[in-house]
Design a protein around this ligand. Structure first.
Ligand code: PLP
Length: 389
């Protein structure tokens, strides 16, 4: 029963399954492949830059919408990587992680009655973000093996109430990467229905097999209606730093900066100084990042296939949404419980990424942003699976 002191909004949320699995992992000494955070070090130059900034006494509030040097570095990075011409003075907001960025974007554009289109499955924060912002989510399914939208189903979701579509590209949890053609289809729908496209591009540098990251905002006529959300967490292996970014046209940016000021004031000042160094790293850094993740993907997917999980290799990001049909294992929650307790590997039950929980029962999600030895130990433990279930 709802506690009388708790709001309806707050009461509608459940505890994060991902964080819950991490607690279980610690309890059972399991290899934690649940929460998407690297277990390898962040680049030394960034750590040095952060320490230097603290020693230099960059320890007070930065400009609330982002330190000057960081915004300029973000604009330089957006120019070569996203092919976007972004004005650092009027079109960039720095937030406390892309988590805050997404919430600020929705809080700033949603009015009562507005609908927001989400894929199903979706990254688990988007539904609570819609609830907090007062938006009505409208789900469009994506299905295996490639987890892509059916263009007709997607088109049918747009209507007069649609205010925004939220896309994750590359996608957590499915590993799908949108092609330019798929993005063109979405862009045409956004233009037709006067809809804002909010893209979560936090995995913008983690694409495999030579795929190119295309920012929706870079397509013809889209920059004026696009909000590009990203941040440092995944690209620079600093998920704990909490530095996120929003690129958007000036009128939207003005609103985002105001809302962001009330939500958090600003991201950590010394870490923003280090961010200016990060966004100016040479291109070789990003090439090596993608190559490293591709090697991890190949190594780990092979092990999962050998054990009997069913899926196509992810195209980007660092997750595998794996079918568990081969294991006669009950549902996803029971299977994940068995994995963490008996096999010693923590994963996320697939239903965490669905509102319609039944649709997620056939899957669990693994993350592979880990050292080789961590992935190999997980693979070694998983080989026992056939015997136990
Ligand atoms: N967006 C997606 C799709 C994610 O997978 C994650 C983290 O796993 C986040 C956002 C959170 O990013 P940040 O650390 O920038 O808040």
């Amino acid at each position: 029963m709802q506690h009388p002191l708790i709001s309806l909004k707050a009461a509608s949320f459940t505890d994060s399954v991902i964080r819950g699995m991490s607690i279980e992992a610690r309890r059972h000494g399991a290899v934690n492949l649940a929460q998407g955070m690297p277990d390898f070090p962040a680049p030394q130059v960034l750590k040095d830059a952060a320490c230097r900034a603290i020693q230099d006494d960059v320890n007070q509030y930065a400009i609330t919408w982002g330190a000057h040097e960081l915004r300029h570095a973000i604009a330089e990075h957006a120019a070569w990587h996203l092919k976007l011409d972004v004005d650092p003075e009027r079109e960039i907001t720095v937030t406390c992680g892309s988590t805050e960025a997404m919430l600020v974007a929705l809080l700033s554009i949603i009015n009562p009655g507005d609908e927001v289109i989400l894929s199903q499955p979706f990254y688990e924060n988007y539904w609570p973000d819609c609830m907090l912002a007062g938006a009505t989510p409208r789900f469009v399914p994506v299905r295996p093996p490639d987890w892509k939208f059916d263009p007709d189903e997607l088109a049918a979701a747009f209507n007069d109430k649609t205010k925004a579509i939220v896309l994750c590209n590359p996608t957590n949890p499915t590993g799908a990467v949108f092609t330019r053609e798929e993005l063109e289809t979405i862009a045409a729908l956004c233009r037709k229905w006067d809809v804002i496209a909010i893209t979560d591009e936090i995995y913008e540098h983690i694409l495999f097999d030579g795929r190119e990251h295309v920012a929706l905002a870079a397509l013809d006529g889209m920059q004026e209606r696009s909000v590009t959300v990203s941040g440092m967490s995944k690209t620079y292996a600093v998920t704990g730093w909490r530095v996120g970014t929003i690129l958007a046209p000036p009128e939207m940016t003005r609103a985002f900066r105001q809302v962001h000021d009330f939500v958090s004031i600003g991201a950590a000042a010394p870490l923003q100084e280090a961010g200016a160094v990060a966004y100016r790293l040479p291109r070789s850094y990003y090439d090596e990042l993608a190559a490293g993740y591709q090697a991890r993907r190949d190594r780990f997917c092979k092990s999962l296939w050998e054990v009997g999980f069913e899926f196509e290799a992810p195209q980007g990001a660092y997750y595998v949404m794996a079918g568990i049909g081969a294991f006669a294992a009950g549902d996803d929650v029971a299977f994940a419980g068995k994995l963490v307790r008996e096999i010693g590997v923590a994963v996320v039950p697939g239903s965490s990424f669905f509102r319609d929980k039944e649709l997620g029962r056939p899957y669990v999600r693994f993350c592979f942003c880990k050292k080789d030895e961590t992935l190999d130990e997980a693979a070694r433990r998983l080989r026992a699976l056939r015997v136990i279930v």
